[in-house]
Design a protein around this ligand. Sequence first.
Ligand SMILES: [Zn+2]
Ligand SMILES: [Zn+2]
Length: 474
Amino acid sequence: MKMSASIAAVAATLLATPAIAQDADPIAAVEAQQARTERVAKDIWEFAELGYLETKSSALLVDELQDEGFAIRPGVAGIPTAFVAEWGEGGPVIGLLAEFDALPGINQSTAPTRDPVEGKHAGHACGHNLFGAGSLSAAIAIKNWLEATGTPGRVRLYGTPAEEGGSGKVYMARAGLFDDADFVIDWHPADRNSAQSRSSLANRSAKFRFRGVSAHAAGAPQRGRSALDGVEAMNMMVNMMREHTTMDTRIHYVITEGGAAPNVVPDFAEVFYYVRHSDADEVRALWPRLEAAARGAAMGTETEVDWEIIHGNNPTLPLESLQKMMTAKLQSLEPIEYTSEELAWASAIRESLGEQAPPQAMAYEVQPWEVVTGYGSTDVGDVSRAVPTVSVYTAAWVPGTSAHSWQAVAASGHSYGAKGAQHAAKAMVLAAVELYTNPQLRETAKAEFNAARGANYAYESLLGDREPPLDYRR
Ligand SMILES: [Zn+2]
Ligand SMILES: [Zn+2]
């Protein structure tokens, strides 16, 4: 076979500089990040910082990116822990999302049996430490690949705080930070590998605060007006309202304050509501009915009520062209290899999951592409309406593990989880390479995106014009 002069020159360069040759192989570029992924994932897992308070986690990611030559825009969208890191020139611009917030009220060591850590009040039960570390690994590998191959384009990493109930990405989308990106790649830890077209529900949450008059509950009950009565009356009306809503409606609440002692009529009570539906317009239509129930409850109990919207997410907009491409990338990867210690640890976790838990073999498989209805909500929804977005899930947790469980905390702090993050990074890098080098796919995906949003699409966030609730976890 005759080799052209330019190919021969490239081949000679590759042979002379093995580091660059390695970076030109996208999988090897990710594998070179293994130690960093484990270290960063473990550090953020230890920090276990709550939404909008992720100072150390965010700074760690920024430091790593800065060391690799990324330009950093810190504190974007009025959020101190949000940032955008960018490397490269020209287009296409491909962004990766990186989360890093923990959940309150749950923690666990990396032991495979229940082992809460004394004095620790938060944990990475959704694996966002892996999410951040895996995306970091992918961003650096993409940068190295762009550099090694001389491919034009930019890679961005979006540091996105407060996914859990804080809607961090919604404020970033509202600020237009995704508008000049061509594509966004996102992932999430899971108990299996898949890139199905998964929808999510629109949601909006609010805290309804009732104020009454306190009095001795036995000595002078006639002088009191119970704020808790207001909450209970509202809940009763909303529970009746459920019968008269459309399918796919989800309404749930917790009473976050209901008084301190039965013999004191509570002068303050608070109930925290979520309203969800697959259609954002339906959430908008349900909302005034919830407000009417609050007002009616206050009137009937002679209390006062006001409310504050806490968060709101639009549904995700999965694109078949991109999800099918991502499924193929997952299928092209070598399965994750676990050590015998990791497998022994995983089988101990499995004992706690019950008999329905799928076998370990599921971690080596890729779920076939299909359209899946998801009943959760995520702020990735708002990103996916600003820019064509492709999502992937990888087996970072033992099969059968659900998000927000102690088993998820354990795996997210373990090398088992870090391997899942590296697996996600490989799929993301392959997808990015495809998008940089395949103009036909870019065109198809953008056409699908524009058709799905509709001709007269205008972005509207479900949280209105409120500012980021930077203290919602204080
Ligand atoms: Zn979660
Ligand atoms: Zn999550």
